[in-house]
Structure formats: structure tokens, C-alpha cells
Design a protein around this ligand. Structure first.
Ligand SMILES: *Cc1c(COP(=O)(O)O)cnc(C)c1O
Length: 378
């Protein structure tokens, strides 16, 4: 089966894990610190905080910004549910914003403007599929209204711009992301005070970690805030250090594969639209395509599956999930809903060959042609 995404793991990761086991120090030690420094350096940041997931990262950022009950946070609905869940964790209200267009499925600036109220405190930008949101426009939008910008950068690690939009950026190292630590995440926050508040909240709100206490003369610590256990461990950090060495090269391979996909789709199945046709900085996390309105998506999914090609959907809009429908009735985001109904994510990861990409496009073309014929016969 040709998978939509697959982690690249090998001997260097095994060796790094064995070294940690041999060291006898399993959590929050030298590996985590080294990973934080290396991950920050890739993004031209002075430092970062490694955490247990991107979800934890988003929660910690909103918590450190003091966002809470009565506050509203603008979020896209075309995202993974964790983006909106983090807002609920701090007791604030997520306000769903439509996408710009099917061509640019990023949060719409004009819809965000329309949904701002006196209670709006922050906006969470998602760099959907790895394509970066417009930095200057969002900064102007936030500055005028005194809002915090938080980046959900789960799709866009390795780009220098990420983490420079506003307060902080949250990253994911889950198994299907551009680099992985199995489970894991990180926060880049340029403001030292915000960053250290996030670091403290990551570990129960304690004023020092176990490793620090080992190396200092005082075994004492204090708890000065209500914190969480969102720590990363040494095994994950060791895998992350190895993965990070490949991130730029893997992102470059993804870029080349996307160029190939775009050319072949234009040649073989021009009825399919590929979003982001205008150049835009990207980490090319996934390859979303839009099927024509008259094509039955399930038929296409089934056809590709018989050819050994996995596909997925990004995303079922968050506002249409049962939990959110129960909490927020009558939300209508026409562009997000149309996009989500026609979207199909086809395989994209650095180990896919050019010939595999060609076979995906050929299978897609065949599926669309036959679904069109079935439609004509009906
Ligand atoms: C994967 C993902 C997350 C959650 O990441 P975890 O590390 O699994 O918590 C959040 N937002 C987006 C957009 C994602 O793709």
C-alpha cells in the first residue's frame, strides 16, 4: 500500500535510542536540552521548549498568554480538532473562521474581521498543508486590534518564518508529520518571559527540573503556578535530534514531488484542482487536491484503494464534528464546507518515487473518468 505519509526511521534512530538506554537517564536531561537548542537554531530562534505534543504546546501557549473564560479565539475550522480543543482547555471560546477560497484554503482575513468582537483575544493561524499564512497582513490585523497571534505550525516545521508571526508557534512531531519523535511537540516563543512561563508550566509549575537539582547544591524546589505534565523524554529527544538533521532535505524532496504532482495532474487530469497554485512558502506537509463537484469522492477513494493507494481527507471541518455541533449550533462556513466535501489527500512523503507519483495521477485520472461515465449513465 502506498501510504499518504510514512515516517523515515533507521539505524541512526536505533543507535540514538540505545545510547539513551545505556546512559540510564530517561527524561528531561541532556538530549531534551540539545534537541531544544537544535530545533530553535533551525528556526533562527534563541531557544524553544520541547513538550509531549503539539496539543500540549497549544494549550501551554494559550495558558501562558492568560487566555481564559469569557475570551474568544479565532480559529480555522479546516484543521485538526486539537487547534480548537486547546481553546476549550483554557475555558475560552473558539470562534470558527472560513477559509479564503478553495485556491487558498487558509483562514480568511475578511471573515476573521467580521467575527471579531470586544472579547476576541487571539487568533490561531494554521499553516494548512505546510503553506504559510500571509505574515504582514495578519500582523497588521492583530496589531490594530491588540490580538495575540499563535501559530499552529504542525504542518510547517523547518521554515525560518515560522515562529515569527506573533506570540508563539506550536509544532508537532507525531508519526505522520514532516519529522517525528513518535509523540512530541515544541513551542517557539521569542519573548523570553513568555517562553520561561511555558517552560515552567510544562513541568508541574516547578521552579527547577530533576536534572537541574542533580547539578545544583540545593535540592529544593518551589511551585509558583498551576502547571501540567507536558514533558518530553530523552528517548524522544534523541530520535528528534537525528530526524532534525534530515528535515531540510526531506522538505526539499517534498517540494520537488509537489512540483511533479502539479505538472502531471495538469497533464492527465485537469478536472482536478490543486490548491495553492500561486507560489507560497511551504513545508509541503500534505498533498491536498480538489475533485470536481460532480464526482463521487467515495468512488475515487475505492478505486485508488484497489490500486494500492491510500488517501485521506483534510479535514472534516471541526465545526461539523458532533462535539462542536452540540456546543455551537448553526455555524455555517460555506467555503470550508465545500472544500472539505471535495478534498482528497494523496500520498506525499520523501520516500515516494517519481514513478509512484505518476501511478497515483494515472489512477486518479481513471477514477474520475469512470465516475464521470457512471454519472452519465445514471
Ligand atoms: C497533528 C496536528 C496537531 C496535533 O498534534 P499532536 O502532536 O498530535 O498533538 C495539531 N494541529 C494540526 C494542524 C495538526 O496537523
Amino acid at each position: 500500500m502506498l501510504l499518504v505519509s510514512a515516517p523515515i526511521l533507521g539505524f541512526p534512530e536505533k543507535a540514538a535510542l540505545a545510547k539513551v538506554v545505556d546512559s540510564g537517564w530517561l527524561t528531561m536531561g541532556d538530549q531534551v536540552r540539545a534537541f531544544e537548542e537544535a530545533f530553535a537554531a533551525v528556526h533562527d530562534a534563541v531557544d524553544c521548549v520541547a513538550v509531549s505534543s503539539c496539543t500540549a504546546a497549544l494549550h501551554l501557549i494559550l495558558h501562558a498568554l492568560g487566555i481564559g473564560p469569557g475570551d474568544e479565539v479565532l480559529v480555522p475550522s479546516l484543521t485538526f480538532v486539537a487547534t480548537a480543543n486547546a481553546v476549550l482547555y483554557v475555558g475560552a471560546t473558539p470562534v470558527f473562521v472560513d477559509i479564503e477560497s478553495a485556491e487558498v484554503p487558509l483562514m480568511s482575513l475578511s471573515d476573521a474581521e467580521a467575527k471579531c468582537t470586544g472579547r476576541t483575544k487571539a487568533v490561531i493561524l494554521v499553516h494548512f498543508a505546510g503553506y504559510l499564512a500571509d505574515r504582514e497582513e495578519w500582523q497588521r490585523f492583530a496589531r490594530v486590534r491588540g490580538l495575540h497571534i499563535v501559530e499552529d505550525a504542525a504542518h510547517a516545521p523547518g521554515l525560518k518564518e515560522v515562529g515569527t508571526y506573533g506570540a508563539a508557534a506550536a509544532f508537532s512531531f507525531y508519526g505522520n508529520k514532516n519529522m517525528t519523535t513518535a509523540e512530541g511537540g515544541a513551542v517557539i516563543a521569542r519573548d523570553a518571559q513568555l517562553r520561561e512561563a511555558i517552560r515552567q508550566a510544562r513541568g508541574h509549575g516547578m521552579t527547577s527540573g530533576t536534572h537541574q537539582r542533580l547539578n545544583s547544591r540545593t535540592p529544593q524546589y518551589d511551585v509558583t503556578m498551576l502547571g501540567f505534565n507536558y514533558r518530553m523524554d530523552e528517548l524522544r529527544a534523541a530520535i528528534g535530534l537525528v530526524q532534525l538533521q534530515n528535515l531540510q532535505e526531506w522538505n526539499e524532496i517534498r517540494r520537488i514531488l509537489v512540483v511533479l504532482y502539479r505538472r502531471l495532474i495538469a497533464d492527465y487530469c485537469s478536472a482536478v484542482t490543486v490548491p495553492f497554485c500561486k507560489p507560497r512558502t511551504s513545508a509541503y506537509h500534505i498533498m491536498p487536491v480538489l475533485l470536481p463537484h460532480d464526482v463521487d469522492r467515495q468512488t475515487v477513494i475505492d478505486h485508488l484503494r484497489t490500486k494500492g493507494i491510500q488517501t485521506t481527507i483534510h479535514y472534516t471541518p471541526v465545526h461539523q464534528m458532533t462535539l462542536y455541533r452540540q456546543m455551537f449550533t448553526e455555524i455555517h462556513l460555506p467555503k470550508t464546507e465545500d472544500f472539505a466535501q471535495r478534498e482528497l489527500t494523496i500520498p506525499l512523503h520523501p520516500q515516494i518515487t517519481a514513478s509512484a507519483i505518476e501511478s497515483v495521477v494515472v489512477a486518479l485520472a481513471t477514477a474520475i473518468e469512470s465516475s464521470g461515465r457512471a454519472g452519465a449513465a445514471a
